[in-house]
Design a binder for this molecule. Structure first.
Ligand code: PRP
Ligand code: URA
Length: 206
């Protein structure tokens, strides 16, 4: 499976502070933005461009711009919201979709509570959620975006587990995954270890 793990000294530095239990929500949000921006650049490295003729102040030039239709980023609520701003900052025409999923703390199974998606056919679609633990939420969200017509889909996360990667691979063979970290395993409560705890709680101070 195309698994892309972000390798950059700055990413390692940011991740260390994100993982640190003493990091407060305001700093956590800034760090999540910075790391998501690096992931966004990696995940969009091969998006389509088209030729455009312009004139520089010195001479005519055949150059390149982003092709239309614009990208789509889909946030798995709630923690995925932290990964949307780099897309909207870098790609002003990006369309944004939302899928609301909440993991039951006892069973670790995700319950769907919301879905609002733009047209997905023929577009580069990026599903974002910082944590890929059991892979249940990601697999469910990827089912939904495929049912809505997406064919070119990538999953972007900050911390992943081997179990989560395997689950997505089983349910969605060939899915391209971008992650900033591939951790050791899940613990008995299905939290990623070493991980960083509950991302949504740390992001929003809940
Ligand atoms: C977290 C996380 C993922 C999910 C990962 O969300 O943001 O969506 O858990 O776990 P999984 O791979 O085992 O499905 P959570 O359900 O805690 O909701 P939240 O974003 O509202 O905090
Ligand atoms: N969701 C989180 O926020 N963290 C984990 O470790 C697992 C699921």
């Amino acid at each position: 499976m195309p698994l892309h793990v972000l390798r950059h000294p700055l990413a390692a530095h940011i991740l260390t502070h994100l993982r640190d239990r003493t990091t407060r929500p305001a700093t956590f949000r800034t760090l999540a933005y910075q790391l998501s921006l690096m992931l966004t650049l990696e995940a969009t490295r091969d998006i389509t461009t088209e030729e455009k003729s312009i004139e520089t102040p010195l001479e005519p030039l055949q150059s390149h711009v982003l092709a239309s239709p614009p990208l789509v980023v889909i946030s798995i609520l709630r923690a995925g919201l932290s990964m949307v701003p780099p897309f909207t900052d870098l790609f002003p025409d990006v369309a944004v979709g939302y899928i609301g999923l909440e993991r039951n703390h006892e069973t670790a199974r995700a319950r769907s509570y919301y879905c609002k998606l733009p047209p997905l056919g023929g577009r580069h679609v990026f599903v974002v959620d910082p944590m890929l633990a059991t892979g249940g939420s990601a697999s469910q969200a990827l089912d939904v975006v495929k049912q809505h017509g997406a064919t070119d889909v990538r999953f972007v996360c900050i911390v992943s587990s081997p179990e989560g990667i395997a689950a997505v691979e089983n349910a969605h063979a060939g899915m391209r995954i971008h992650t900033a970290a591939l951790d050791q395993a899940l613990n008995a409560k299905k939290y990623i270890v070493p991980g960083l705890g509950d991302f949504g709680d740390r992001l929003y101070g809940t």
